[in-house]
Structure formats: C-alpha cells, structure tokens
Design a binder for this molecule. Structure first.
Ligand code: HEM
Length: 180
C-alpha cells in the first residue's frame, strides 16, 4: 500500500488521539518499516492492518468503525492531492462513476505501482447507485468511508447498504449508495 495512505493514517492518529498514541502503536506493532513512511514508497498492507488492530486495542473502538472513520479522513487528504481540474465533478454520482476511469487512472500516472481496487457503478437508481467493489485487499469498509466523505463534500449525505461482501466469501462487494 502506498506510503500516502500511511502518512494520512499517522496524521489522523496524531490529530485525534495524540502523538503518544502513535508512539505506543509503533512500539506495540514492531513494524518492518519502523513506522517511517514516505508517500511515494510502498509498504506491506499488513502494516496498516497491524496498526488498525493496535489502535482498536488502544481506543476500544471496533476495527470496522476505525477503518470506516479512516476512509472519511483519507478522502479529504486524497481529494486535495489531485489537480482541482481532475476533481471537478458536478455531483456525487458523477464522481462515483469516475473513480475507476478517471481518478484512479490519474493516481496510476502519479504512482505507476499503485494498487487500486476495481470500483464501478453497475446500476443507477432513482435515489442512488449500486457500486461494485473488487480488490485482493478486501478494503470495502475503507471504500464506504471514502464514499461517505465524498458524499459530505457535495452536501449529499447517503446511506450505504453492503448487500454482498468479499469478507464473507463473495467474489466482490455490492454497495447500494442512496441519498438520505
Ligand atoms: C469515493 C471515492 C473513492 C473511492 C471509493 C476509493 C476507493 C479506494 C479504496 C477502497 C482503496 C484501497 C485499496 C483497495 O481497496 O484495493 C483506494 C486506494 C487508493 N486510492 Fe482511492 N478511492 C476514492 C477516491 C480517491 C481519490 C480522490 C484519490 C486521489 C488521489 C484516490 C487515490 C487512491 C490512492 C493513492 C490509493 C492507494 C493505492 C495504493 O496503495 O497503491 N482515491 N481507493
């Protein structure tokens, strides 16, 4: 996983739990990288998982809630890292339709070795869309947090129903995203 994801994670922890929390997590996790991340480098996915589990133990917040909260935080950092012209969507629904074909394509130009998921709008409904998510990393909860924050940035709060999930054995996740 890209160092940018780790640097945003570190920033979220220091903002919300304090510097000593980050140091406690590093001591607990004994990471191969030593917890020193630079945005362009890649680090083992296992490191972010270990950090999230350690944060859950530290904060008593369940892991799924932390991953989703991190998705919301991460969106704000990532959205600012692309040129504004690439993020100039008229509404949430057009942004969601462009994650795979525009946004992550730009990410690959910046970082040719980036590992992004397949994330497609497969159905349009009166009140929203169905998103198809597929990735060997199975980080659908991160996707849910990212979508919630994208929705908030358009002033279009949504509910998301996770109608099938890779973490329960399916070959992809279906996320029904509907305006509230
Ligand atoms: C609602 C919008 C978005 C969704 C749902 C989404 C979804 C995701 C997910 C779930 C991942 C984790 C990797 C995986 O699951 O395989 C990811 C990775 C990533 N995304 Fe997005 N994303 C969104 C917007 C953006 C934006 C605006 C950027 C802008 C730069 C971005 C850049 C990245 C980067 C750099 C990674 C890490 C790739 C790596 O570790 O190699 N994403 N995205």
């Amino acid at each position: 996983m890209k160092g940018a994801v780790f640097t945003h994670f570190q920033e979220m922890i220091e903002d919300q739990f304090g510097m000593e929390c980050w140091e406690t997590l590093l001591e607990k996790c004994d990471l191969p990288s030593g917890g020193i991340y630079t945005s362009a480098n890649n680090y083992d996915d296992q490191e972010i998982l270990s950090l999230v589990v350690a944060l859950s133990e530290y904060s008593s917040v369940p892991v799924p809630d932390l991953v989703e909260a991190f998705g919301r935080y991460l969106y704000k950092g990532l959205a600012h890292s692309l040129p504004p012209v690439m993020m100039n969507f008229p509404d949430l629904w057009s942004l969601l339709g462009a994650v795979d074909s525009v946004i992550h394509v730009e990410v690959h130009k910046l970082y040719p070795d980036a590992l992004t998921p397949k994330i497609l709008v497969t159905e349009k409904h009166e009140n929203g869309v169905t998103l198809y998510y597929q990735s060997p990393r199975k980080m659908c909860l991160l996707a849910i947090g990212l979508v919630h924050q994208a929705a908030e940035s358009f002033g279009t709060p949504v509910i998301i129903k996770h109608t099938c999930c890779m973490n329960e054995g399916a070959d992809h996740c279906s996320l029904l995203v509907e305006r509230i």
